[in-house]
Design a binder for this molecule. Sequence first.
Ligand SMILES: Nc1ncnc2c1ncn2[C@@H]1O[C@H](COP(=O)(O)OP(=O)(O)OP(=O)(O)O)[C@@H](O)[C@H]1O
Length: 313
Amino acid sequence: MATGGNTVESKLPAELPLDFLKKITNDFSDERLLGTGAFGSVYKGILEDGGVIAVKRLGENSPVPSEKIFANEVQNMMVLKNENIVKMVGFCRETHKKLVTIGNRHINANITETVLCYEYFQKGSLDKHIFDESTTVDWEVRFKIIKGISKGLQFLHNLPRPLRHLGLKPQNILLDDNMAPKIADFGFSRIFDQGQTRMKTGSVVGTVGYMAPEYMYHGEISNRSDIYSLGLIILEITTREKNSSSTDQKHAREYIQGVTENWNLEQIMVKYPELDADGISQVENCIRIGLQCVDIDQESRPTINEIVNMLNS
Ligand SMILES: Nc1ncnc2c1ncn2[C@@H]1O[C@H](COP(=O)(O)OP(=O)(O)OP(=O)(O)O)[C@@H](O)[C@H]1O
């Protein structure tokens, strides 16, 4: 379980004052910075009782919907519970005045701060664990991670009002102390007005390599965009090889081509010499599923329920 885990969520009110969040993050100081993504930065927030939460401060004046809709959507997300998704434990949205300089004029502008708080996972994100050559993450753990991510996505896609992630990538998958995966950042497609922002923001770099081509080039949004991203993640976890550039679709296609050509039975046996026949067929199965998920033709991609069934077969 995450450091702080359940105790944190039960003690905090849903809506948290900005002053409180500043206090627990040392005024959003650099030494508390866990990482920065396209929408803002994540800080380690230390509570008075020693519990820890992750505090995601979105960019000033982020294009979130009106206060009422925002609070409503966030509260809907806070009740979501699944062992493979990161729990949202609180939020803040406050507007204050700030002196800004435009040219040689000083203006007192309204600045809206939006902050989302989550369970904290000290192991951090998946990308830090699956590629390192010296990694001790063996196949059994990798396979469990693949299954866990798939189950988390199955939960999101099967909600009465399905939630599409639209930004799945290894940086958005956190690992708990037992190496169980937790999908983070799943609410953004709803908080940010139908997910448009992920595509339109200028700072989308880092996500592009995992985006389905129909989403990236035509703005088409469906569950199948998430399946494409999941496919790349499955391939990366299985092959231990990075989707060479995560900033360019062309590189993603080259990567997929490489896996298609190279990852035959012989390669699997060379890369996983310790595995028995069952293990080898699990690896083969994952490569097959991953490649089906990244099919250019979205109709040919399996659904998440099919993927979970195939992984269990
Ligand atoms: N709940 C958390 N617990 C521990 N570390 C976290 C948590 N959430 C995020 N992080 C760390 O902070 C980093 C930045 O997270 P953030 O969500 O801002 O960006 P991202 O996932 O890299 O990109 P994007 O915003 O495009 O999705 C992550 O890569 C992860 O290492």
